[in-house]
Ligand binder design. Structure first.
Ligand SMILES: [Fe+2]
Length: 426
């Protein structure tokens, strides 16, 4: 008994010490540039990443230097490809840069929770594999925004890779290429080991816009060409916002950098999308945006993408009983209470900012004082989030700080789905 009491006391002491001693934040780490592998031929696939299309299909995207077939061969055993599918090629120009051939192939139908082996452009030198998400709960999401490509990004990616997750949610600001197009290629190579194995579902941030007045007037050229998402499957007409269903979760990826006022296509699409949700089939609703609607960091205050988008769309999400809203943009972590119209509200979504993936701009470490009552936990450290949706009623969210090079669970909260809360029934 005395031993157990001792262990208990020690654990309580450790928690108290961890809360009292503030974590000393490390400085930014070096930028990374991942060059093209020398052994690759001009038709070898690289920058491979995958994304969900409907409930049983997967989009495979990759790039070759020269023209190569837009074909994916796949099967459930390594080296044995029973199935094959063909898709499309495209490329884009940006100032003097011309991209490689961007291939896009949708494969399926696929079985749930199954490992598939695949090769692209008939290149046997590079075999990849992925695991499909489960068809029913439980499911585990990871969420990280503002990744960029530094040594901290690498640490975040390593921790995500160790998490045994099913699907990545990425609320914007991917490569931080910022018009330097070869950095998009470098980013594609950096994330390939993870993004070729699990679906990465992204939405855009401000760093994806890449418009230069007079020189390049089109917005999102590289992002739309390289990171095509299944927007058409959810009735959206834009790659900048869409929704999808996986296991028992309806996930909505909103666009902070396209129109969101009540006359906009996005607003009307969101209204229609929310109206279609069947809470028996998907008891959970998770929304991703780039610019946070709730934020007590001094960074990014007063931006239209946060304040006006919230003004126009918050009521829609509230009335639909959205469970969680993830955001990026602010390079720090912050978790709010369930909230609506600036006040704690048990039927409002939990707002969580995870813009701390590790990009070169470093951390946003100044906060508004005093901490607003609705802000439960805020900390400027690199890291990532995990959302384990256990069943129709309960989910566990944890935030994993990159403490030196170890992922440490530094914040966690259990959520009860609003669809199962009689007091929030609409
Ligand atoms: Fe941003």
């Amino acid at each position: 008994m005395a031993g157990i009491r001792g262990v208990l006391l020690l654990s309580i002491f450790a928690v108290v010490v961890a809360r009292v001693l503030s974590y000393e934040r490390p400085p930014p780490r070096k930028n990374l540039y991942i060059p093209r592998r020398r052994m690759l031929s001009s038709t070898s696939p690289e920058q491979v990443h995958i994304s969900l299309v409907g409930v049983d299909q997967m989009r495979i995207s990759w790039i070759t230097d020269d023209e190569a077939s837009a074909t994916v061969e796949y099967g459930t055993s390594s080296g044995k490809y029973e199935f094959s599918a063909t898709g499309t090629n495209n490329s884009y120009r940006y100032l003097l840069y011309k991209s490689g051939q961007i291939h896009d192939v949708v494969i399926g139908p696929l079985k749930p929770s199954t490992v598939y082996y695949y090769r692209c452009s008939q290149d046997s030198a590079r075999e990849f594999n992925f695991k499909t998400p489960p068809s029913q709960l439980p499911i585990k999401f990871v969420v990280a925004g503002d990744l960029g490509q530094t040594e901290w990004t690498n640490t975040t990616l390593q921790h995500i890779g160790q998490s045994n997750y099913d699907l990545m949610l990425f609320p914007g600001d991917l490569s931080y290429a910022d018009t330097s197009q070869s950095l998009w290629d470098s980013f594609g190579r950096l994330v390939e080991p993870l993004a070729s194995q699990r679906p990465w579902m992204v939405t855009e941030g401000n760093h994806e816009i890449e418009k230069i007045p007079l020189l390049h007037s089109t917005r999102f050229t590289a992002y739309n060409a390289r990171w095509r998402m299944p927007f058409d499957k959810s009735g959206s007409t834009s790659n900048l916002y869409y929704s999808f269903e996986v296991a028992g979760v309806h996930v909505i990826m909103l666009g902070s950098y396209t129109d969101f006022d009540p006359n906009s296509d996005q607003y009307k699409w969101l209204q229609a999308d929310l109206a279609k949700i069947d809470r028996k089939r998907t008891p959970w609703i998770v929304v991703n945006i780039h610019a946070p609607w709730y934020n007590s960091n001094t960074a990014h205050q007063g931006e239209s993408e946060s304040d006006d988008m919230k003004k126009f769309m918050e009521e829609l999400l509230y009335k639909a009983r959205v469970d969680v809203v993830f955001a990026g943009h602010v390079h720090a972590y912050e978790r709010f209470t369930r909230v609506y119209n600036e006040k704690e509200d048990n039927c409002g979504p939990l707002h969580i900012t995870v813009g701390d993936g590790g990009n070169r701009e470093g951390l946003a470490s100044k906060y508004i004082d005093p901490q607003p009552e609705i802000s439960v936990f805020r900390e400027a450290s690199f890291g990532h989030g995990q959302l384990e949706v256990v069943n129709a009623t309960h989910a566990l969210f944890t935030w994993h700080r990159n403490q030196d090079d170890v992922a440490v669970v530094s914040d966690s909260v259990w959520l009860k789905s609003l669809s199962s809360d009689a007091a929030c029934r609409v």
